[in-house]
Ligand binder design. Structure first.
Ligand code: FAD
Ligand code: SF4
Length: 449
């Protein structure tokens, strides 16, 4: 896909190479809107929004700086706490985080914190302003494995402190799920790539197409570097284990296609999406926006147990997506390679299972056929495999770390989705892990002299 530069995109959003239905959903604030919105902020003392932000950006401070026209200072305040402020401004579930805590939310509208953050970030990226400079080298070497939000942040923060960082990434582009997994409606690829370049400009050496455990020996990292940070995220979509599964599309690849090769992505007329998390919602949104007449999400529990955020659920219903709850896929019906239906069995909910949610029990003799010409599954991601290669202890398949983000192997630290054994994962949490792990690694390198 031919991309426009981020500068051009920020000046004229219509210049995006993405199909119209897949352009960034929210327009940027105008100067007038940003000034008016920032003037509404009460500048609370001990601001609840700052507590609610996982990276604890000093929100009243950056908003105050916007209101006085000091966009550079505003951007510096944001980036000091959160190096990926441009991505987070777009992808954070702000309703659940900073904006959800805004005191104005109870009686009026909360301050549009995410959009103001984006306003300050777009200013510096649009003008190619570098806020931080590389520091004097310390002579210490750190390897970071995986260039998603956690790895980029850790690498960037370490480079700011003068350490020599090599960032290994198995894909062709850095950015992790911001580049490959988050739909363009929320974040254009160009924004994620601009942040990758910003980290490289801090002196981080990014080696793409290098998969640790495949073409880089995991054990060599321990020998060649003073510390290692593992931020490999999670793996592919797991199998459902049903007949005809080979005709079901992988939701992560579906989204990736919509971001990088939208003109080549075949979208059915009658699409079923299996799952009810945020990724499933994103797949359903893409299918609708790229022309599917009917999109149905199939989930074996009810809306009470869905893992998607409530605002995402509302959004996708407004997009015209419908739901089949309490239905479990058991077989794909196809002919000559073409899908024509998904067979499901009805479910009743029983005692909670290991996840704490009611366990789905198939109702004998209750099968039904749901017509479909395309089926996409978005039912989570495999656990990280690198943990076993490095002999790291795990918890439910996730890498175990202590409060310093150090794994069971001294000198190897980890963060991001690969350690998130509990609760939902998000970009801003991965950024915070990367930042805190960089501090721990720095402390260790300084102590070791
Ligand atoms: C479809 C989807 C939509 C999402 N939407 C949102 C959203 O709107 N808002 C939000 O806050 N969060 C969202 N998330 C969650 C968010 O994207 C993740 O929490 C975040 O990207 C985690 O960052 P990470 O750095 O831990 O992992 P990742 O972003 O997964 O990055 C890991 C990187 O490591 C690389 N890697 C893996 N193994 C190796 C290896 N052996 N050697 C070298 N490199 C390796 C991978 O290629 C990848 O680039 C979404 C997730 C998905 C799947
Ligand atoms: S990083 Fe996310 S949660 Fe924090 S202030 Fe910005 S938009 Fe809100």
């Amino acid at each position: 896909m031919n991309r426009v530069s981020l500068e051009a995109l920020l000046t004229d959003p219509a210049s995006s190479a993405a199909p119209g239905g897949l352009r960034e959903l929210l327009p940027p604030l105008t100067q007038h809107e940003a000034l008016t919105e920032s003037a509404r902020c009460l500048m609370c003392y001990d601001a609840p929004c700052t507590h609610a932000c996982p990276t604890h950006i000093d929100i009243p401070r950056f908003i105050k700086k916007i209101s006085t026209g000091n966009l550079l200072g505003s951007a510096r305040t944001i980036l000091t706490a959160n190096l990926l402020g441009a991505t987070c401004a777009r992808v954070c579930p702000v309703q659940e985080l900073c904006e959800g805590a805004c005191v104005l939310g109870s009686e009026h509208k909360p301050i549009a914190i995410g959009r103001l953050q984006r306003y300050a970030m777009d200013h510096i990226y649009g003008k190619r302003i570098a806020i931080f400079q590389p520091a004097k080298p310390t002579g210490k070497k750190v390897a970071v494995v995986g260039a998603g939000p956690a790895g980029l942040t850790c690498a960037g923060e370490l480079a700011k402190l003068g350490h020599t960082v090599t960032l290994y990434e198995k894909r062709d582009l850095g950015g992790g799920l911001s580049t490959y997994g988050i739909i363009v409606l929320r974040e254009p690829v160009e924004v994620a790539l601009a942040e990758v370049q910003m980290v490289q400009r801090l002196g981080v050496r990014l080696e793409t197409g290098k998969e640790v455990g495949v073409n880089i020996d995991a054990a060599d990292l321990q020998k060649d570097f003073d510390a290692v940070f593992v931020s490999v995220g999670l793996g592919n979509t797991p199998q459902l284990g049903i007949p005809g599964e080979e005709y079901i599309l992988d939701g992560l690849q579906y989204i990736e296609g919509s971001k990088h090769q939208p003109s080549q992505l075949r979208v059915g007329r009658n699409v079923i999406v299996i799952g009810a998390g945020n990724t499933a919602i994103d797949c359903a949104t893409i299918a609708r926006r790229l022309g599917a007449e009917r999109v149905t999400m199939v989930y074996r529990r009810t809306e009470n147990e869905m893992t998607a955020y409530p605002h995402e659920y509302d959004f996708v219903k407004h997009e015209g997506v419908t739901f089949w709850f309490l239905a479990q896929p058991i077989k794909v019906h196809h002919e000559n390679g073409l899908v024509h239906a998904l067979e499901c069995v009805r479910i009743s909910l029983a005692e909670p299972d290991a996840s704490g949610r009611p366990s789905p029990k198939p109702i004998p003799g209750s099968t039904m056929l749901l017509p479909a010409d395309q089926i996409v599954k978005a039912i989570g991601q495999h656990k990280p495999t690198l943990a076993s290669l490095l002999n790291l202890q795990t918890e439910s398949g996730f890498i175990q770390v202590d409060e310093e983000f150090e794994t069971s192997c001294p000198g190897i630290f980890a963060g991001g989705d690969c350690i998130r054994a509990r609760g939902s994962a998000s970009t801003v949490m991965a950024v915070e892990d990367g930042k805190l792990a960089a501090r721990s690694i720095h402390q260790r390198l300084v102590q070791n002299g």
